[in-house]
Design a protein around this ligand. Structure first.
Ligand code: NAP
Ligand code: FE
Length: 368
C-alpha cells in the first residue's frame, strides 16, 4: 500500500502571506494563471502579487482561463509564459485555473509538445515547471492532485491529460469563499463529495488511502446542514469546506475518480452543465449499483455522512443541485460512449454490466 502526495500543503487563514517565504522559493519569474475576474474580486490575486512584489519576483498575470479550460487557452498562456521567461506557474482560482496552470507548466518545459497533443500518451514521463496552487472554490482539490482536466474542442473531448503534475506548493485559505455565491459553494462541495465517494467505491481503495475520504466524508457531513439550508454559508465553515475539498483531492490522487466523473464530462461538454452538478447527478445511482458489490462500503459512506439509506442520499443531492434534463438521443449517445470507457469502468469494485450503465443514466437524467 502506498500513499503519495508530494505537495507541500498549508491550510490556514492568510496562508499566502504567512507562507511568503515558501511561495518565493519556488522560482524566479512567475506566470500567474487565473480566471477572468474572481481572483481579483476575492483578494487571492492581490495576496499573491503583494508577496511577489515584496520578494522582488517579477510576475505576469494571464487572466483568460475559462471554465473547463481549453487546449487553445493553455497554448495562449504558455506563449505568454515563454515570452515572459517564467520559470514557474501560479494557478489561482477554481479547478479550471489550477488545471490550466498545470498544463502550462508542462508545455513550458516541453516545447515540442503542442497543446492539442496534451491528451496523447507520451512515450516517457514528461517533466514540468513547478506549480503553486491557490484554490478559491471548495470542490476540485486540484491543489492536491496530479490531474489536469482539459477540453479539446476540435475533437469534442473533455478529459484528464495523461501527465502527473502535482503542485509543489498549495496555499489553501477558506477566506476566498467569501465572494462566492451560495450555489457555487454547493456545486463545488458536491464535486468534493463525489471525489470521496468515488475514491471509496473504487478498486484502488485500501485501508491506507481510505484515511482521506473517510475523514473527509465525516467533515462533509458536518457541513451538509449549512449547504442544504436556505441561508448563506456561515464564514466559520469556509475553512472546513476548503480543507474537506483538499482532503477529497488527496483521496482521488490515490485512486482517481470513477464512473460518475467519467459520465460527467459529456454532460459538461454537450450541455454546458458545471462540473459539480454534472458529476452529482450520477452519484446516487452509482452508489446504488455499487451497493450490490460492496454493501459494507456503501453503509460506511452513508453513516459517515449521517444518512440512513441511499434514498436519503439521493434526496440530499436533489435538494442541493436539482435535476437534469436531456434528450433521449443524447442520453443513449452518452451511455454508448461510457460502455467502452474502460479507464473508468475498470475502477468499479464489481462487475458492472451494460444494464447497470443504462440504469445509472435512466435514473440520473430526465428525458424531456
Ligand atoms: P471553475 O470552473 O474553476 O470556476 C467556476 C466559476 O467560479 C468561474 O466563473 C470562476 O470565475 C468562479 N469562481 C472561482 N472562485 C470563486 C470565488 N472564490 N468567488 C466567486 N467566484 C469564483 O470551477 P471548479 O468547479 O472549481 O473547477 C471545475 C474544473 O476543474 C473542471 O474543468 C473540472 O473538470 C476540473 N476538475 C479538476 C480536478 C483535478 O483533480 N484537477 C478534479 C475535479 C474537477 P473566474 O472565471 O472569474 O475565475
Ligand atoms: Fe471533480
Amino acid at each position: 500500500m502506498r500513499f503519495y502526495v508530494p505537495t507541500d500543503i498549508y491550510v490556514e487563514k492568510d496562508c499566502v502571506k504567512r507562507h511568503a517565504k515558501e511561495l518565493l522559493a519556488v522560482g524566479r519569474r512567475a506566470l500567474i494563471v487565473t480566471g477572468h475576474s474572481s481572483a481579483k474580486a476575492n483578494g487571492s490575486l492581490n495576496d499573491v502579487t503583494e508577496v511577489l512584489k515584496a520578494g522582488e519576483i517579477p510576475f505576469q498575470v494571464f487572466n483568460e482561463v475559462e471554465e473547463n479550460p481549453s487546449t487553445d487557452t493553455v497554448r495562449k498562456a504558455t506563449q505568454a509564459a515563454r515570452e515572459f521567461k517564467a520559470d514557474y506557474v501560479i494557478g489561482i482560482g477554481g479547478g479550471s485555473a489550477i488545471d490550466a496552470a498545470k498544463a502550462v507548466a508542462l508545455l513550458l518545459v516541453n516545447p515540442d509538445v503542442d497543446a492539442d497533443d496534451l491528451h496523447k500518451m507520451p512515450g516517457h514521463p514528461l517533466d514540468h515547471a513547478p506549480v503553486v496552487a491557490v484554490p478559491t472554490t471548495c470542490g476540485t482539490g486540484s491543489e492536491a492532485t496530479p490531474v489536469s482536466i482539459i477540453t479539446n474542442h476540435k475533437i469534442n473531448l473533455k478529459k484528464s491529460i495523461p501527465h502527473v503534475i502535482f503542485p509543489a506548493l498549495a496555499l489553501v485559505d477558506g477566506k476566498y469563499l467569501a465572494s462566492a455565491k451560495k450555489q457555487l459553494i454547493v456545486n463545488t462541495a458536491v464535486d468534493a463529495l463525489a471525489h470521496m465517494v468515488e475514491s471509496i467505491l473504487n478498486v484502488k481503495s485500501n485501508l491506507f488511502n481510505r484515511m482521506c475520504p473517510e475523514y473527509g466524508l465525516r467533515l462533509w457531513g458536518e457541513c451538509k446542514g449549512a449547504l442544504l439550508s436556505e441561508k448563506a454559508v456561515d464564514e466559520n465553515l469556509y475553512e472546513k469546506l476548503m480543507f474537506t475539498s483538499t482532503i477529497a483531492g488527496m483521496s482521488i490522487a490515490q485512486t482517481s475518480t470513477a464512473v460518475p466523473h467519467g459520465m460527467s464530462y459529456d454532460l459538461t461538454l454537450h450541455q454546458g452543465v458545471p462540473h459539480g452538478p454534472a458529476v452529482g447527478y450520477f452519484l446516487a445511482a452509482y452508489v446504488e449499483v455499487c451497493a450490490k458489490f460492496v454493501p459494507g462500503d456503501v453503509e460506511k459512506i452513508l453513516s459517515l455522512l449521517g444518512l440512513q439509506n441511499i434514498s436519503e442520499f439521493a434526496a440530499m443531492i436533489r435538494n442541493l443541485i436539482g435535476t437534469c434534463t436531456t434528450t433521449r438521443e443524447k442520453r443513449e449517445q452518452f451511455a454508448k460512449a461510457m460502455k467502452v470507457n474502460r479507464s473508468k469502468l475498470d475502477l468499479v469494485p464489481g462487475n458492472i454490466s451494460a444494464e447497470d450503465i443504462d440504469y445509472i443514466y435512466e435514473k440520473s437524467l430526465i428525458v424531456g
